[in-house]
Design a protein around this ligand. Structure first.
Ligand SMILES: CC(C)(COP(=O)(O)OP(=O)(O)OC[C@H]1O[C@@H](n2cnc3c(N)ncnc32)[C@H](O)[C@@H]1OP(=O)(O)O)[C@@H](O)C(=O)NCCC(=O)NCCS
Length: 170
């Protein structure tokens, strides 16, 4: 299988925040943003693997900034590392200033998707070759995040989490 770059899976989705999608403070409801991020990440995972993909875990979400009613929100997702059957997807969320058009980073998230066959069995995905400095940084830290996610899910013994141990021992 040919290795792919993050560029090949990059998925950009832009949409408005409508009244039915807000909380009582007139900001975007967190669950709505999670759904938008899941959709963009799912497309990125599919573009990388060209398989059916399912969300295996949400590894990290930071709602750093509220997103007000009427905002133009852009969700950008790309595969940050591919393992055997799983892919880490990094998602950046931007809001656009109404007058200047300037974009500000509002939130980010990291999801794990698994490629599966028609019976739901995990299946192999192409490797990822990062190109930019940011892509290389995200790629390098992804194994640590995968091990942390597996430890928290009870699927990996902490004693086998080599990358995590290296982080705390150094
Ligand atoms: C995700 C799913 C396919 C994993 O199946 P599984 O039997 O655990 O399969 P495996 O143990 O072989 O794991 C498959 C891959 O997922 C990874 N994985 C599983 N759970 C994970 C977690 N919590 N965090 C990170 N990676 C995880 C494994 O490390 C493995 O990756 P690798 O092959 O790249 O090394 C299965 O749990 C599933 O179908 N879940 C439901 C998915 C779904 O419906 N999502 C929508 C939400 S409603």
């Amino acid at each position: 299988m040919r290795a792919k770059t993050p560029r090949e899976s990059r998925t950009v989705m832009t949409d408005l925040v409508l009244p039915s999608e807000t909380n009582p403070l007139n900001n975007l409801f967190g669950g709505e943003l999670l759904a938008r991020m899941d959709r963009a990440a799912s497309i990125a995972a599919r573009r990388h693997s060209r398989r059916i993909t399912v969300t295996a875990s949400v590894n990290h979400v930071a709602f750093n900034r509220a997103v007000p009613l009427g905002s133009v929100v852009t969700v950008e997702a790309a595969v940050s590392r591919a393992f055997t059957t799983s892919m880490e997807i990094f998602i950046d969320v931007w809001i656009e200033d109404r007058f200047t058009g300037e974009r500000t980073k509002a939130n980010e998230a990291i999801y794990t998707f698994v490629a599966v066959d028609d019976t739901g069995k995990p299946t192999e995905v192409p490797l990822l070759e990062p190109e930019t400095d940011l892509e290389k940084e995200r790629f390098a830290a992804a194994l640590r995040r995968k091990q942390l996610s597996l430890v928290l899910a009870g699927k990996l013994k902490p004693s086998d989490a080599t990358e995590l141990k290296a982080l705390f021992m150094s």
